[in-house]
Structures are given as C-alpha cells and as structure tokens.
Design a protein around this ligand. Structure first.
Ligand code: AQP
Length: 342
C-alpha cells in the first residue's frame, strides 16, 4: 500500500489535563502552527476523552478544555484555517476506538511505556481507559485518514501502534482503507526535559511547579524558573558533543534553539564559552518575549467563553463532516448491518 493514495492531512491533539507547558508548546503546539498552510488540511483536537483516563475534576476539565482552546488560538492556530474542536463532541472517535479495541492485541498494549509509567506498580487499580488509551489515539488519527501527525518524541511508540492497527485492520479485512500514518517528530525540542531533572521529561503531572514553565506563567515566574533551573558549573561548549553527559545544559540549549527557530549547533556557535550566569538571563528574556504575548492573549480569550464554545462547536461540526463517512465505510467493511446508507 502506498501512502500517496491518501490526500495529505494533518491531525494532532493535546490533553486538557492541566496547564499547557513549554514542552507541549515546543514539542507540539508551535509545530501545529508551522504546519498550518493553505495546501494541507489541519485538524487539531483537545482530547478530553483521553484526559479522563485519569481522574479529572469536572469543573477543572471544562476550564482546561477552554483554556487549551485559548492556547491553540493564542499560539497562532486560526479556526478559519484549521479545524479546532474537543474530542467528545465528535462521537466517531469513541466509535472507531471500539473497532480498534477489537483489532489491537493485549500484548501490544502491555508493551506501551506510557501505560507502564502511568499505571506504575498499581496496574490493578488503573482505569481500563488508561490501558486502551493508544487505541483511542489511533482512532483519533485514523477517523480522519490523517497522513501526518506532529507530536513530541514521547508519543513515538503510540504512533507506531497506530500504524500497526492500520496495517492489521487492512490485512484482516483485505482492504487498503486506513493510511499508514507518518509521525512528524521534528525540531530542536522534541523532548523538553524537566528544569529540575534533566533525565525526566517536562510534564503537567510533575508535582514540582518549578520543573516546568506553564504557558500561563508571568514574566517574573518564567525568569525565576530559568534562573533556578538545574545546571552544572561548566561553561557552554562551542560544539554539540560538548553537551554529552550534560542533560540539563543540553535541555536549556535545546529550549533556546526551539524558541529562536535555530538548531542547537547554531546556538552553540553564538553561545559557546558563556557561563550559565550569562546564558540563563538571555534564555529568560527570549522565553518571556515569545511566551508573554501568548499568555496575555490566552487571558484575553478566556474572557470570551461563549466565543470559545462557539469555535469548538463549529470545529466539531466540520470534523464530523470528515469523520462520519470514514466511520460509515469502516462499519460497512466490518459487516455491521444497517451501516450502508441510501
Ligand atoms: N516534555 C515534552 N517535550 C516535548 N513534547 C512534549 N509533549 C508533552 N510533553 C512534552 C507533547 O505534547 C503533546 C500533547 O501531550 P499531552 O498533553 O497530550 O500528553 P502528555 O505527553 O501526557 O503530556 P504531559 O505533560 O506529559 O502530561 P502528563 O503529565 O499528564 O503525562 C504531545 O504531542 C506530546 O508529545
């Protein structure tokens, strides 16, 4: 099967499970914006059904969903150019996920590192939804026949599983129906690390707020978090291999590179020889200059909740127009009686 038989279409999503942070922004959102171009359809989703795989307070979930939508728009996604919606308004995601639950194998799911990390030693008490998460993610993508999915590095394994599900479905039913999706994991900051521990990824669920920069942080807080970020006593090297075995230094250089649309190599040409006492204020200034306009626009948009709800409802309608016929055809392929229309 060739991928070229499918019209190029981009899909990705972010969970409204807490504060949007710099990792989400550089690894995903900023790249969603880069991919918003006239010649390609872009579909971006607030994946609220994924969020409830771990407990969410209902009021906070609704707030986070609207805030995430505000973040999408403030970062540069235009509801006239991209389809923006929250997952639960398009039931085709959950319907296709059930079909995929019957395609994916237990062994595939048990190998997922996110399942192992999040369920930890307490797997018996984790939700069934958390286990089935990657199957719903495959449905999110494939219900649009998406060909390209921009994500951070941590989602690579789930994207491979999406491909495995598409391949198995196509093989089992003898069709060339689902595309073999390409992950798009690019840029200088595909895995932004915690500011407190260079071996852990920056994450919404890290108990330490100092470990991450939230998109809603004010300028002083951003500067303070960068000033206090863990580093080492050495100056920055002029070449990349000088950052081997220096994960915290490497992380700050990657963040600087991604924020300034450069490669890490280019940053080191400019910054090599500088101590962190000099580099950190430069990074803080850059971060504030890029993030402050987004956070102030987010705050502004959050004052217009009815408008956000309208954008989400309109986006969901457009998304359903793409997803419903694909689900319909899937039902026909599977042999669901009554699936054929007309
Ligand atoms: N640290 C990161 N660096 C680069 N990209 C990242 N992403 C997340 N963290 C980083 C990317 O952001 C997108 C949306 O992520 P998500 O919120 O749907 O899921 P997540 O990976 O579970 O995010 P968190 O912050 O790590 O949440 P918790 O703490 O709940 O697990 C994805 O494209 C992801 O790769």
């Amino acid at each position: 099967m060739t991928e070229t038989q499918f019209t190029p279409r981009v899909f990705s999503g972010i969970q409204p499970s807490g504060n949007l942070h710099l990792g989400n922004y550089l690894g995903a959102l900023k790249r969603f914006v880069d991919m918003q171009k006239p010649d390609i359809e872009t579909i971006y989703c607030m994946v609220d059904l994924h969020a409830i795989t771990v407990w969410q307070d209902p009021k906070e979930l609704a707030h986070s969903t609207r805030e995430l939508c505000a973040g999408f728009i403030a970062a540069g996604l235009d509801p006239e150019k991209s389809i923006l919606f929250n997952q639960s308004q398009v039931p085709e995601h959950a319907q296709l996920a059930w079909i995929f639950n019957c395609v994916a194998r237990m062994g595939w799911m048990q190998r997922m590192t996110q399942w192992k990390d999040k369920a930890g030693k307490n797997q018996q008490n984790a939700s069934l939804g958390l286990f089935a998460y990657p199957s719903l993610m495959a449905a999110d993508i494939l219900t649009y026949h998406a060909t390209h999915v921009p994500v951070g590095d941590d989602q690579k394994q789930h994207l491979e599983l999406t491909r495995d599900i598409a391949i198995k479905f196509n093989h089992d039913y003898g069709v060339d129906f689902f595309p073999i999706t390409e992950p798009v994991i690019e840029g200088a900051a595909t895995r932004v690390m915690s500011l407190r521990d260079g071996s852990k990824k920056m994450s919404k669920s890290d108990p330490s707020d100092m470990s991450r920069i939230n998109m809603t942080d004010d300028a002083d807080t951003i500067a303070k978090k960068i000033r206090k970020a863990k580093t080492d006593p050495e100056a920055l090297p002029s070449e990349l291999d000088g950052l081997d075995e220096r994960p915290e230094a490497r992380n700050l250089v990657n963040i600087y590179a991604a924020l300034s649309d450069q490669t890490a190599e280019q940053v080191l040409v400019e910054m090599g020889g500088k101590q962190f006492g000099e580099f950190k204020p430069m990074l803080a200034e850059l971060a504030v200059s890029k993030l402050a306009p987004i956070s102030s626009e987010m705050a502004h948009l959050m004052g217009e909740q009815a408008e956000i709800d309208r954008i989400l409802a309109k986006g969901a309608e457009k998304a359903r127009a793409v997803a419903a016929p694909i689900l319909q055809q899937t039902y026909e392929i599977v042999g669901m009686v009554g699936a054929k229309q007309g």
